[in-house]
Write a protein that binds this ligand. Structure first.
Ligand code: B12
Length: 201
């Protein structure tokens, strides 16, 4: 098995200490940092995504894989010019006003980071003005909102209204998630539905 495959397997098994050792060895042996990311770490995380979706891996295992992936990325980051770092887009994410749940959001953040997105995580209990100001500052392509309470999910609508008032709604795609979210709640701009989340144009 190649070292790239070994690295992918270490990510899948969540062995962050092993990832650290092998990533460093591959750097020392002269492998290109982007090859280590794309052919090793990413390959592992892609498999994790597939297995998680199929119900063959569970949340704690996914979190360990994501941690292993991040351990490798941390070693590689300083070796890659910012402009060369692959980015799939910028995502602004937060848990909406009144809601303190963030375990699922953190999981989503880790998965998105692993998939090459640049993430700005605003944290929890973010009011509509907080999202609006952050959109103005960071100019993301995507906004992600999380809510775990049937009471706080309504703050998603308020946030979207606030974005509309500022003329920002059509500059971003919106992804909403959390246990109470459904396609009917997301409304007619919902394009894709997955377990616990919905994405609009
Ligand atoms: C852990 C937890 C807490 C912790 C939160 C700690 C933390 N740092 O997050 C604490 C103890 C603080 C807590 C507090 C409360 N909680 Co609570 N909590 C939970 C619990 C047990 C697990 C939630 C969780 O983390 N699940 C695991 C993660 C991985 O799943 P997830 O969040 O659904 O995320 C997945 C998807 O939804 C999706 N997703 C999530 N966010 C996003 C965002 C985007 C953009 C996308 C794309 C996808 C996405 O992707 C994730 C991965 O698949 C749930 C019960 C449950 N089984 O859901 C109750 C639950 C959510 N809590 C509940 C309640 C009532 C409360 C309290 C009001 C209790 C109280 N009386 O004080 C407070 C509210 C505090 C507040 N203001 O937010 C109720 C909500 C009921 C309802 N229908 O509204 C639940 C359902 C429990 C119940 N059965 O009664 N809670």
């Amino acid at each position: 098995m190649s070292e790239f495959n070994n690295l992918a397997e270490l990510v899948i098994s969540g062995d962050y200490a092993g990832v650290k050792v092998l990533t460093q060895k591959m750097i020392d042996n002269g492998n290109a940092p982007l090859d280590i990311i794309n052919q090793g770490l990413m390959m592992g995380m892609n498999t994790v995504g597939v297995r998680f979706k199929a119900g063959d891996m569970f949340v704690p295992e996914v979190m360990m894989s994501a941690r292993a992936m991040s351990t490798g990325i941390e070693l590689l980051k300083p070796l890659i010019a910012d402009s060369d770092m692959p980015t799939a887009g910028k995502v602004l994410i937060g848990t909406v006003k009144g809601d303190l749940h963030d375990i699922g959001k953190k999981l989503v953040v880790m998965m998105m980071e692993s998939a090459g997105f640049e993430i700005i995580d605003l944290g929890v209990d973010i009011d509509p003005a907080g999202f609006v100001n952050a959109v103005k500052e960071h100019k993301p392509q995507v906004i992600g909102m999380s809510a775990l309470l049937t009471t706080t999910m309504l703050a998603m609508k308020d946030t979207i209204e606030a974005l509309k008032e500022e003329g920002l709604r059509d500059s971003v795609k919106i992804v909403i998630g959390g246990a109470p979210i459904s396609q009917s709640f997301a409304g007619n701009r919902c394009r894709w539905i997955c377990s616990g989340c919905c994405c609009s144009d």
